[in-house]
Ligand binder design. Structure first.
Ligand code: UTP
Length: 508
């Protein structure tokens, strides 16, 4: 039975017509009733006028008046773990753990990306970077949460309150497999061998399922270069996740803020593909909470003037992010007048944020105002003029994406703080696949940010941690490293028992 009245259909058609998108109904009448119902539901969830506005904004962004004044953030808005005093770091750590111990901290994971460069069929979090333990990114992150909860419970007045709710943002393509993965169900996207590994251990990796919420970000229609919504089939729009900036709208629409409201005051947000992310990092949370900022962001030091990373800066007196391509060579090369051995603009964006809950809860309609960005992509579609499905070989359309850091510029400098951390301890993103084998048996060049670099960075970190307490590693590992389970140590603490020992295991 049709789940809409003729008047409702008429009104929906009028909305799409007004936005110049009436072609989406070309085949509507020829569809069977269940397909019509599904298509009606899909079309109803999208506001075609809003999408038109976003497209206009993306293609013709408002021109900035005058020359922008770009400066590093002032000292009052920054701190660095590299040169902060041990007393400051300890104070932030204690405060962060105290807030976690009171149940005031939540973690939000951005896991809605489709990982096209990595090319894995399953969501990135299910990826096995081939550590000796074969733990996936999701498992490593879940165990870090378990460990921080344990550390916080030790000093808490009521240890039962030391719980960190984990909110995992997925998207249409990643939600189903992510949910099944946490429940330890079989995933068609994984091989038999991978499924066998994944079946081991507890569902939700030992976390209480009631503290893990998997929610879904929104989508936006894919559009042709001349602004028409694309159809995936006769009865379906081609859509794509609305970018990691869809977070703010999804927190509202999916009831996440409502769930957080009773207890949560501080939120730690990070990207699924950073295998070194210190999930729920007490130091960072304590630092941002002490400064009482609305948003805090972690950065690492830019490697050299050429590295193509976005930078956190102050632009016309507000916090902002500039992409590498937007700054000239002289600005890239400039050195810090106070420390001439390092770059002046060095705060590389790693998309790892702190939010005060109050800020997120007060965003209101602003969630709809994040400026969209254009990504030109190959988008399979159903051609309504030719009446056939097309699988393009080159980019043929536009995906609109919002970026999660595009709201920084809405804040004043005293509402924002930037925290520099050590790259080797906290940042190793997984973006690209390991190199393919060539016909002659040799391999393509090893890319940056691959499973191999993630694995190596975790094992090098483990080795550094045990060497710092006076142990040595002699385990024959190909990377000459050691995998330290997050359940053994969160960030190098608690390893004193290994002092003076030679560790011959691959994992401790
Ligand atoms: P990337 O921009 O690197 O995208 O995401 P990706 O999907 O992982 O990889 P490519 O570009 O397709 O190869 C950075 C972070 O933002 C999240 C990702 O899951 C990752 O944690 N993200 C990205 C979302 O949550 N939603 C999106 O729509 C896009």
């Amino acid at each position: 039975m049709a789940q809409f009245t003729p008047a409702e259909l008429q009104s929906l058609k009028a909305q799409y017509e007004k936005a110049g998108q009436s072609h989406v109904f070309t085949y509507f009448d020829s569809l069977a009733e269940p397909e019509q119902n599904a298509f009606f539901e899909q079309l109803q969830k999208i506001d075609p006028a809003r999408v038109q506005k976003l497209r206009e904004l993306a293609l013709n962004p408002p021109k900035e008046e005058g020359q922008a004044v770009v400066e590093p953030l002032p000292d009052s808005a920054t701190a660095s773990i590299i040169d902060s005093s041990p007393e400051d770091i300890q104070r932030w750590y204690n405060l962060g753990l105290e807030l976690i111990g009171k149940g005031e901290v939540a973690v939000v994971l951005l896991a809605g990306g489709q990982g096209t460069r990595l090319g894995s069929k399953a969501p990135k979090g299910c990826f096995d970077i081939k550590l000796p333990s074969h733990k996936t990114l999701f498992q490593i992150q879940a165990e870090r949460i378990l460990k921080v909860q344990e550390l916080a419970a030790k000093g808490a007045a009521d240890p039962s309150k030391a719980v960190i709710p984990w909110f995992i943002m997925t998207s249409g393509p990643t939600r189903g497999p992510t949910e099944r993965f946490f429940k330890k169900e079989k995933l068609d996207e994984l091989s038999e061998e991978e499924n066998a590994f994944r079946a081991k251990g507890k569902p939700y990796f030992g976390l209480d399922p009631k503290n893990v919420t998997i929610f879904e970000q929104g989508v936006l229609p894919c559009i042709t270069n001349d602004g028409k919504f694309m159809l995936a089939s006769k009865g379906k729009l081609a859509v794509a996740p609305d970018g990691n900036g869809g977070l703010y709208k999804a927190l509202q629409d999916e009831g996440v803020l409502d769930k957080m409201r009773p207890n949560i005051k501080h939120v730690y947000a990070y990207c699924v593909d950073n295998c070194l992310s210190k999930v729920a990092d007490p130091v960072f949370i304590g630092f941002a909470a002490e400064k009482k900022v609305k948003i805090g962001t972690k950065v690492v030091r830019k490697r050299d003037a050429q590295e193509s990373v976005g930078l956190i800066i102050s632009k016309n007196g507000r916090p902002d992010v500039v992409e590498y391509s937007e700054i000239d060579d002289a600005t890239c090369q400039a050195v810090d007048p106070k420390q001439p051995s390092i770059l002046k603009f060095r705060a590389a964006n790693i998309v790892n944020h702190y939010y005060s809950f109050e800020y997120l809860d007060g965003m209101g309609d602003a969630v709809n105002s994040l400026p969209p960005h254009v990504a030109k992509k190959k988008i399979p579609f159903f051609d309504t003029e030719k009446g056939e499905a097309v699988d393009p070989k080159s980019p043929n359309g536009i995906k609109l994406e919002q970026f999660v850091f595009d709201n920084f510029k809405w804040l004043n400098l005293n509402e924002f703080a930037c925290f520099e951390v050590k790259r080797e301890e906290e940042f190793s993103p997984l973006k690209n696949a390991d190199p393919a084998k060539k016909a002659d048996g040799t391999f393509e060049k090893q890319p940056e940010d691959s499973p191999a670099t993630s694995r190596r960075h975790i094992k090098e970190q483990g080795r550094r941690w045990v060497e710092a307490v006076g142990a040595t590693v002699n385990n024959g590992d190909v990377d000459e490293g050691l995998e330290v389970s997050p359940l053994t140590s969160y960030s190098g603490e608690g390893l004193e028992a290994f002092k003076g020992q030679t560790i011959d295991k691959a994992t401790i």
